[in-house]
Write a protein that binds this ligand. Structure first.
Ligand code: MTE
Ligand code: MO
Length: 201
């Protein structure tokens, strides 16, 4: 795939929505460093395990659908210099999930674990924002497997590597810990507006 055809310079009237050095992705690229084992469980058999500094529990698909459902329109920014504006996701806001969990007061960070070998951490303050979503649908359709279906995290205020696909575990912790990419040199926070790409920056 040629970059020339699939990426464009931001239109001047939208330039303010593009973090430094980002270009517009015309399609929806797929980036998978660590794929999950096959075959994936079906949507209705998917579970989300919550553990660590929290009352441990396993949410079923029905449990997830019984939580408040939100539709969010979000701009997403990948560290490989592409941005997509106005992507539309449906699912459960992370803060709405926090409301039904019994957190240990020592918890300050959340590690999102994928099925397979991938994880990424955020702070509990990140999780309390209103623009983070546990997404099961994209554009009104069930989220495609290549984009992390049945369930993925979408954290638009961070580079997209933080948005863990095939999300099956949430670990509450009292400190930051490196996830898959952070252990390989990516920045521990990953704010695209501050260009926090690599830890040496
Ligand atoms: N489980 C898992 N989640 C992942 C990844 C991965 O390799 N495995 N890649 C990350 C990276 S680097 C990016 S940019 C986005 C890409 O999401 P997309 O394929 O839907 O564009 O997913 C993130 N989440
Ligand atoms: Mo990425």
């Amino acid at each position: 795939m040629s970059r020339r055809k699939h990426f464009a310079d931001p239109a001047p009237e939208q330039a303010g929505r593009f973090p430094p050095r980002q270009r517009q992705a015309l399609g929806f690229p797929t980036l998978t460093a660590a794929a999950p084992p096959q075959p994936l469980p079906a949507r209705e058999d998917w579970t989300l395990r919550v553990f660590g500094l929290v009352q441990e529990r396993t949410l079923s698909w029905a449990d997830l659908l019984a939580l408040p459902q939100s539709t969010l329109t979000l701009d997403i920014h990948c560290v490989t210099y592409w941005t997509r504006l106005d992507t539309v996701w449906q699912g459960v806001r992370t803060r709405d999930l926090l409301d039904v969990l019994d957190l240990d007061p020592r918890a300050t960070h959340v590690m999102a674990h994928a099925l397979g070998d991938y994880s990424a951490g955020l702070t509990l303050d990140d999780w309390r924002r209103d623009d983070l979503l546990l997404a099961h649908s994209y554009g009104g359709e069930p989220l495609e497997e290549k984009h992390g279906g049945p369930l993925r995290l979408v954290a638009p205020h961070r580079y997209f590597w933080k948005s863990v696909k095939w999300l099956e575990g949430l670990e509450f912790m009292d400190r930051d810990r490196p996830g898959y990419w952070e252990a390989r040199g990516y920045h521990h926070r990953g704010d695209p507006w501050a260009q926090e790409r690599w830890e040496s920056d």
